[in-house]
Ligand binder design. Structure first.
Ligand code: PLP
Length: 359
């Protein structure tokens, strides 16, 4: 007997309740649409809904996802201003303000909150204020920040906020969500190039689901993934969102402190305040190949080599879901000590964990 087969149908009311739980998690009163695909689906849907020939987008590139957004924006015929910073730090609100001043025609801004691939996080509250003052629409990729750090969609002026369940939420990768502000709906509705009668269409969901009272689902939902998303939302509610966030902050702080204590690896993101709580990236010593080092570790540990060119020099310690625990952090540090010939003394990590939870 498989628990995955012959399930009762997932009804519209259950689907709508999950959307409402996501809205609460995002601190938004805007419409939330749970899309039946990985987070790249709502990200592409948001970009294609808002961008069009004649619009100018500021694409903030602080990691690999920003490059993807830039490609979609150009494909939509928008003029794109790329603001790229090195992947080991945050972009500042001053840099964003300068770009907006230099290009007054900017009407759309794409930003990644935390970058799991490179381990940096951006100050969205300050950037959101600058973007709002300019009058542009703000799209935020919060896939790697949700449940790992505060995410105040409405307060920060985020118009399109995209999340997925597979990172700090410890949930499924196959469904994801986007919140859409009134301003964003108006913009998308006025865009003749916005997808319609398409899997990428947010307007189709608005028309056939949200505005129709959420009583009849337009398509068969990805039932198992929806059940898993509901389960991880329930777990976050039971643990408490502040406690979940604190655990991720503590895991990152403890990993950084422990690694500095080892001395054989260094945090890839030098400044603590630029470091994402969802994943801690590490730079290997010159001459030590990160992919080779990762291959020697117990595959049960949440450590992997960086993607692409970073595989040679970067390790990534993921603090996803239950892995954001002191026990897991200490196990990772012990394994890294062993693999790099360092002494493992857990005190520095333990102290940083306690400090982060107290602060
Ligand atoms: C993980 C992540 C996504 C989701 O994409 P995958 O490549 O499928 O993992 C999107 N944006 C960011 C910033 C992420 O960290």
């Amino acid at each position: 007997m498989s628990p995955f087969l012959d399930l009762p149908p997932l009804g519209a009311a259950q689907f709508a309740a999950i959307e409402d739980q996501v809205a609460a998690l995002l601190h938004t009163t805007a419409d939330v649409i749970v899309q039946q695909g990985e987070a790249l689906l709502p990200l592409e849907a948001a970009v294609r809904g808002a961008a069009h020939p004649g619009s100018t987008a500021l694409n903030i590139v602080t990691g690999p996802y920003g490059q993807t957004f830039g490609n979609w924006l150009r494909d939509c015929g928008a003029e794109v201003v790329d603001l790229a910073v090195p992947f080991d730090r945050a972009v500042s609100a001053e840099q964003v303000a300068r770009a907006l001043l230099e290009h007054p025609g900017i009407d759309f801004v794409s930003l990644v909150h935390a970058e799991a691939a490179t381990g940096n996080t951006n100050p969205v509250a300050e950037i959101g204020a600058v973007v709002r003052e300019h009058g542009a629409l703000l799209m935020l990729d919060a896939v790697a920040s949700v449940a790992a750090e505060p995410l105040l969609t409405d307060e920060w002026g985020v118009d399109l906020c995209v999340i997925g369940g597979q990172k700090a939420m410890g949930g499924p990768a196959g469904v994801s969500a986007v919140s859409v502000s009134e301003r964003a709906w108006a913009r998308i509705a006025a865009n003749p190039a916005a997808p319609r009668r398409s899997y990428l269409s947010l307007l189709d969901w608005k028309e056939r689901w949200t505005d129709a009272g959420r009583t009849v689902l337009p398509h068969a939902p990805a039932q198992l993934e929806m059940l898993a998303l509901g389960a991880c939302l329930d777990r976050i509610a039971a643990d408490g969102l502040p406690a979940t966030i604190a655990r991720h902050r503590a895991a990152a702080a403890a990993t950084r402190a422990g690694v500095r204590n080892l001395g054989t690896l260094t945090p890839f993101v030098p400044r603590d305040r630029d470091a994402a709580p969802v994943a801690t990236t590490l730079r290997t010593a010159p001459g030590t190949n990160a992919a080779e080092l990762a291959a020697r570790l117990d595959p049960a540990l949440p450590v992997q080599a960086g993607g692409g060119a970073l595989a040679a020099e970067m390790l990534r310690v993921n603090h996803y879901g239950r892995a954001a625990s002191l026990e897991t952090v200490l196990a990772v540090l012990a394994a890294l000590a062993d693999a790099t010939g360092a002494d493992h003394r857990p005190e520095a990590a333990e102290l940083a964990w306690a400090d982060a939870l107290a602060g």
